[in-house]
Design a binder for this molecule. Structure first.
Ligand code: CS2
Length: 489
């Protein structure tokens, strides 16, 4: 029997379920990017808001391309399970906040229509770094991106997230409906400001007036979002069904930890997020940098080097004491580049990250985190490198992480087996790697010359030297030994 409204009362009694009448909830949020992360993070907070009595903040989720999520969730009335995996055991909760879902590719005009509905007051996003059609290095809209070109010519049937936002805002403006808040929940640097720039640049290409109206009227709060959410596997579906006593085609697996820091700047209202555990602040920047440079940076370092060393998950990688020290070292070296508000305990934060990474119940694949590195490196590793160079501090640890990425994107592992590299720049990078061959002194400068990723920093001699040396060690010693050498020095 499947999880759906009609079977909710058959759930095993200990499973938490929506404590409110779902039929009375109306949508207030359209969420773009209906992936596992959204469903395990923001949707849980909104579920708490609904349980606390809010009735007009339900979520309509949109997948930009794939119909998978809609096909799985529609037959179960968009109910799904969040399985929280701790070392001690797993807790399950059924979430009711998602009311409906749409597949943007199938009916783009209908999605624009929905986003223009006056009841929608927030459009939130988790479309991953590459979903913003921007150049990660500069934070500007990539005007030559195929989806941007398409959307500028077909604004009533867009494809990209910025295209949908611009189309819906233009429509609201034409109809005299107040704009919604655009709430970016992706790991971009200064995510609200960056998305504001991308959206206004896009709008201005359509009409100068629209760009100005957006600048004057639309709020783009910055946010820091944090919860580790590995991809759900068939085995996970099996254990969830056993716990529920019902089949759920689309559960999400996550960890106990969750954090959401939001700049309190909304232009059309918001639910009582603070009561649901969200930290509302006036400046998110320090928290965002802390998370990107400590959590995400060490995650990426462990993912590239761990993958090359043959480790399947982050928890496996952390079992190797040299890699655990590498993770700690990335954090330690990034920490000196941060300026945190008084009272922030960075040492405790770092310790908690190491513990979260080591959670053996969480099967977070190194391969999954290794994806889209060209979009992730700038905000995770390069900013800290730049700051450390300005402070005249050594960068060997971060350089090894960058070299790990370079070795990984050559698409051959240490046993010369193919690596399934997923990255929007994969083809360009593979071409450069082929030309350079497996030689650090050619490959490192070739990839550092990819300005979309490295910008002017790629020409910095101290970075060139450190990355070339680290890549040389990766070729000579392999990842396992190279990490050991680094952390033992
Ligand atoms: C990870 C993040 O896949 C990745 O690149 O580093 O998704 C990470 O798990 C989250 O940001 C944690 O909040």
């Amino acid at each position: 029997m499947r999880l759906e409204s009609a079977t909710l009362d058959r759930l095993a009694p200990r499973i938490r379920r929506p404590a409110y009448d779902r039929s009375r909830i109306t949508p207030g949020i359209v969420h773009l990017g209906l992936g596992a992360f959204h469903r395990a993070h923001q949707a849980v907070v909104i579920d708490d808001c609904l349980a606390a009595g809010a009735t007009s903040w339900g979520i309509v989720g949109a997948s930009l391309r794939s119909p998978e999520t809609r096909d799985a969730l529609a037959p179960q009335d968009h109910l799904y399970t969040v399985a929280v995996r701790a070392t001690e055991g797993t807790g399950h909760r059924v979430i009711g906040a998602l009311l409906d879902s749409v597949v943007a590719r199938e009916k783009p005009a209908a999605l624009v229509e929905r986003m223009a509905d006056p009841g929608i007051r927030i459009v939130s996003l988790t479309v991953t770094e590459k979903g913003y059609c921007h150049t990660p290095q500069t934070g500007d809209l990539d005007e030559r991106h195929a989806d941007v070109i398409h959307d500028l010519n077909n604004i009533d049937a867009p494809r990209s997230a910025p295209g949908f936002i611009v189309a819906a805002l233009a429509r609201r403006r034409a109809l005299g409906i107040q704009p919604f808040t655009v709430l970016c929940c992706d790991n971009l640097a200064a995510n609200g400001h960056t998305v504001q720039r991308i959206v206004t640049q896009f709008a201005a290409l359509r009409s100068k007036d629209l760009g100005k109206w957006i600048t004057d009227n639309v709020a783009f709060p910055c946010t820091m979002v944090d919860r580790i959410v590995p991809e759900t596997t068939d085995a996970d579906r099996g254990t969830v069904a056993a716990a529920l006593g019902l089949r759920d085609a689309w559960p999400v697996m996550t960890e106990p930890f969750t954090q959401w820091v939001v700049e309190d700047r909304f232009c059309a209202g918001r639910p009582d997020l603070a009561a649901a555990g969200v930290e509302l602040v006036t400046d998110v920047k320090p928290f965002e940098l802390m998370k990107l440079r400590l959590l995400n940076a060490s995650h990426s370092a462990l993912a590239y080097l761990g993958y090359l060393a043959g480790y399947e998950t982050i928890a496996d990688t952390m079992q190797d004491p040299h890699f655990a020290r590498l993770g700690a070292r990335v954090m330690e070296e990034a920490a000196v580049t941060l300026t945190m508000p008084a009272g922030t305990d960075l040492a405790a934060y770092r310790a908690s990250l190491l513990e979260r990474f080591s959670n053996p119940a969480l099967h977070h694949r190194t391969w999954q985190i290794a994806m889209d590195g060209s979009q992730k490196l700038p905000q995770r590793l390069l900013g800290a490198i730049q700051d450390r160079l300005a402070m005249n501090l050594p960068i060997a640890t971060h350089a090894l992480a960058v070299a790990g990425w370079m070795r990984y994107v050559t698409a051959r592992d240490e046993q010369d087996r193919a690596i399934d590299v997923r990255d929007p720049l994969a083809a360009e990078i593979a071409g450069l790697a082929r030309e350079a061959g497996p030689a650090a002194e050619r490959l490192a400068p070739a990839l550092l010359g990819v300005t979309k990723v490295f910008g002017p920093l790629g020409a910095e001699p101290r970075l060139r030297e450190a990355v070339t040396a680290a890549l040389g060690r990766l070729y000579k010693q392999g990842a396992r030994r190279a990490v050991e050498t680094l952390v033992s020095a």
